[in-house]
Design a protein around this ligand. Structure first.
Ligand SMILES: NC(=O)c1ccc[n+]([C@@H]2O[C@H](COP(=O)([O-])OP(=O)(O)OC[C@H]3O[C@@H](n4cnc5c(N)ncnc54)[C@H](OP(=O)(O)O)[C@@H]3O)[C@@H](O)[C@H]2O)c1
Length: 390
């Protein structure tokens, strides 16, 4: 702590508080240290020093693990001590332990997550009719969002968590810089209405996939089919869906933040360390790989996008032609008259994002097209026929 004189809302035995790091690292009686101070520095320097000096470390610090995981895991492995970090992802939801222990021999190949409660709350409130600004102000008033919500709404917080989940799920180092992310700041009422008309909801979804031995990790707003388990995650809750060879699908859902929730995960990690100290249990990080990143543009998904077109014969045919030229086919189409023009809501079949970007750049050049929304991935476990789109 920084201020030992600060009034705390819990009782403390005398002599247990210190502001001096040396008193902790030099004390041979301390075997496990929990780092809950946050921030990359000085927390990183402290954690590395503790590990080098043979102390097990438990941390709740997603930014630290996501940015400097390679160095931290190598140091822990080299010193023969444990680094546990359950609280760093979704607080009370036990997803790290499940991936590292329960599913250690399952080839998990896909992780989908709603891993940021603030944005999930905002998007849920927008479904109920609030504007983005009103929903964010409500989240701040209820304590779900910080006064400066940038990290949450930009997707950066979720990206750090997805980097950690991908690392543990695929046994391969993934750092924050490897995650492509975007946030919810550009989601508006038109998007929310479009999703509703398609029987979907908008969620900020983290997706980590193993594709032919390459890792693909993204965080972006997605259109989620209302029948999909992630569509039912409302308000500030989090959920992580794990898909693998032997397990098919497991979804873990619960409170992803909060003081008590985070503390419960930190203390559980301390207990696990104490129970397994000196046994070598979980010191398998040296076996982690460095799998290549899927090349930019190769990521595939069905997508939703919206076009504003002139209401002229042949406009739709020209759009379809540009898509077909890049092997993108349309799964569903809604058209709404809009003054002199029309809004086209398009859902594609599975397509490469690079091909879609190229197609939409070409579509944007057509005389008949006056505007195009950012394409959003569509998440559904149901086939096109089952969705009633065929
Ligand atoms: N709260 C959540 O919902 C949640 C969920 C998941 C993960 N986390 C993670 O948990 C960590 C802590 O979050 P929090 O919300 O509990 O933060 P917090 O309320 O700001 O608490 C941070 C604590 O660390 C101490 N501290 C900060 N900088 C320090 C320094 N340089 N030297 C010594 N002590 C220092 C502070 O001491 P003083 O009290 O003396 O200022 C305070 O007790 C972060 O890594 C966060 O990302 C939090």
């Amino acid at each position: 702590m920084r201020d030992p004189g600060k009034e705390r809302d819990y009782p403390l035995a005398g002599g247990v508080l210190t502001t001096d790091f040396a008193e902790i690292v030099d004390d041979p009686g301390i075997a496990v240290v929990a780092e809950v101070m946050g921030g990359v520095e000085p927390a990183g320097t402290y954690v590395l020093e503790l590990l080098r000096r043979g102390k097990n470390v438990v941390t709740a610090n997603k930014q630290l693990v996501a940015r400097r995981g390679v160095e931290l895991f190598a140091t822990a492995s080299g010193a023969g001590v444990q680094l546990r970090f359950e609280a760093s992802v979704c607080a009370a939801i036990p997803v790290i332990k499940v991936l590292r222990e329960s599913l250690v021999v399952t080839n998990v190949h896909r992780v989908l997550g709603i891993v940021n409660g603030t944005t999930n709350f905002v998007l849920t409130e927008m479904e109920g009719g609030k504007s983005y600004d009103e929903a964010l102000a409500d989240a701040q008033q209820r304590g779900y969002a910080e006064a400066d919500p940038t990290d949450d709404v930009s997707g950066a917080d979720a990206a750090a968590k997805m980097a950690i989940l991908a690392t543990v799920a695929f046994n391969s180092h993934v750092e924050l810089a490897d995650v492509e992310y975007s946030g919810i700041t550009k989601i508006d009422a038109l998007d929310v209405t479009a999703a509703r008309q398609l029987d979907m909801v908008i969620r900020l979804v983290g997706a980590a996939r193993l594709v032919d031995g390459q890792v693909d990790v993204t965080v972006q707003p997605a259109f989620v089919d209302k029948q999909h388990p992630l569509a039912k995650v409302d308000g500030a809750f989090n959920a992580v869906m794990l898909q693998g060879d032997a397990i098919r699908e497991i979804t873990l859902e619960g409170p992803g933040a909060g003081g008590v929730e985070t503390a419960s995960a930190v203390i559980a990690d301390i207990t696990s360390v104490i129970g397994t100290m000196g046994t070598g249990f979980l010191q398998n990080d040296a076996a982690w790989r460095q799998l290549p990143k899927l090349p930019d543009g190769d990521s595939t998904s069905p997508f939703y996008f919206r076009l504003h077109v002139a209401d002229r014969p042949g406009a739709l045919a020209r759009v379809a032609e540009e898509l077909a030229e890049r092997e993108i086919s349309i799964a569903r189409l809604l058209q709404h008259q809009n003054g002199n023009g029309a809004a086209l809501h398009v859902v594609t079949h599975e397509a490469k994002v690079g091909a879609l970007r190229a197609a939409l750049a070409a579509v944007g050049e057509l005389d008949d097209v006056h505007g195009c929304s950012t394409p959003r991935p569509v998440i559904s476990d149901r086939g096109v026929a089952e969705l009633g789109w065929a």
